[in-house]
Design a protein around this ligand. Structure first.
Ligand code: 5AD
Ligand code: FES
Length: 349
């Protein structure tokens, strides 16, 4: 197994068969070696910097009905809210005062936010903070819409593929299909966005072969960012009584992704921090180099409940900012408040 890890470290690729072998044969000594190599690769490419993104969860309305997600349209107990333009700009102001240069606007697929409204938000943020980078994460849209967002100042887009297994994708996402999702990712890339995708780990029925599909998909798409995290049950969803994903599996997959895509921007996610008090730190030590502290107003924090037990729901932005810096430092890394573009983007704007 150590040989396969070495091969992955040297060549930044493995065949499908080798990935199966690596994942099925992983025991703790090979995992430790894998994590060391992922760390070495991250240090070589990005040093000990951890990039900070300010997350603004601006709507909890969603027209989709993902079976795992707490804000699915068929959850009548989900508390719905929308932030006004002023409230969003307020989050940016607070974030900017704390040093953030990247804002991530995330929400459910909410028809209230028409293209025009999104464009207005983007232009307003850009007017006040011309140097900042804006990331959008608002789901599947027509290519023309994505183009309008890009022209209005969004330069990055997050759209997890969730799972590259067709069987599992269809089971988890009523009325959706994987090809539409992939088409969106391709459109975003063609337009020129820095594109983030990613997947859930530990969905009921998810197998090693499914993770291999995810890894092969990432190798083909070559996204700039990859967000992965454990599935965590939400009590008011059809999957509320299922078992969640494991820390070890997420950390192992983070390390493999760092080696498959050495320059990728890889967050240690809130979900990872929610299943283990040191989850994010363990992610950072396995190759992750981004964290996304929450800038949403505290009055709405608990309402953006994708899963149960989400951390930081009671903390003000400034508290999260201090907390995360301490955690990053104690894990042996340094906070970097720069825009934190992908290496291919450095020097461009
Ligand atoms: N557990 C973990 N992650 C979840 N997401 C949605 N629901 C859950 C859950 N129950 C993730 C999805 C989505 C991202 C915003 O949150 O992967 O893309
Ligand atoms: Fe909307 Fe999951 S139900 S993102």
């Amino acid at each position: 197994m150590i040989d396969l890890v070495e091969k992955l470290y040297r060549n930044n690729t493995l065949s499908k068969e080798e990935l199966v072998q690596l994942l099925t044969g992983m025991e703790s000594s090979s995992r430790d070696h894998l994590i060391k190599k992922a760390h070495a690769t991250r240090m070589h490419r990005y040093g000990d910097s951890v990039y900070m993104r300010g997350l603004i969860e601006f709507t909890s309305y969603c027209r989709r009905n993902c079976n795992y997600c707490g804000i699915r349209s068929e959850n009548p107990r989900a508390e719905r809210y929308r932030l006004s333009l002023e409230e969003i700009l307020d989050c940016c102001r607070i974030g900017s005062e704390l040093g953030f240069q990247t804002f991530v606007l995330q929400g459910g697929e909410d028809n209230y936010f028409t293209d025009e409204r999104i464009v207005e938000i983007l232009e307003s943020i850009k007017e006040q903070y011309p140097e900042c980078a804006i990331t959008l994460s608002i789901g599947e849209k027509a290519r023309e819409s994505y183009q309008k967002f890009y022209d209005a100042g969004a330069s990055r887009y997050l759209l997890r593929h969730e799972t590259a297994s067709r069987r599992l994708y269809e089971k988890m996402h009523p009325g959706m299909n994987l090809d539409d999702r992939i088409k969106c990712l391709q459109d975003l890339k063609k337009i020129g966005f820095q594109v983030g995708t990613g997947f859930l780990v530990g969905l009921p029925g998810q197998t090693v072969m499914d993770y291999v599909e995810d890894l092969v998909f990432l190798q083909e798409l070559k996204p700039h960012m990859v967000g992965i995290g454990p599935f965590i049950p939400h009590q008011h969803t059809p999957m509320g009584h299922e078992q969640g994903g494991s820390l070890t599996d997420v950390v192992t997959l983070l390390a493999i992704i760092r080696l498959l895509l050495p320059d990728v921007l890889l967050p240690a996610t809130t979900a990872l921090g929610s299943i283990d008090p040191l989850g994010r730190e363990k992610g950072l030590k396995a190759g992750a180099n981004v964290v996304m502290p929450n800038l949403s107003p505290t009055k709405v924090r608990t309402k953006y409940a994708l899963y149960d037990g989400k951390i930081c729901t009671g903390d003000e932005a400034a508290e999260c900012r201090v907390c995360i810096e301490d955690r990053i430092n104690s894990a042996g890394f340094t906070v970097d408040m720069a825009r934190g573009d992908h290496l291919d983007w450095r020097g461009l704007s």
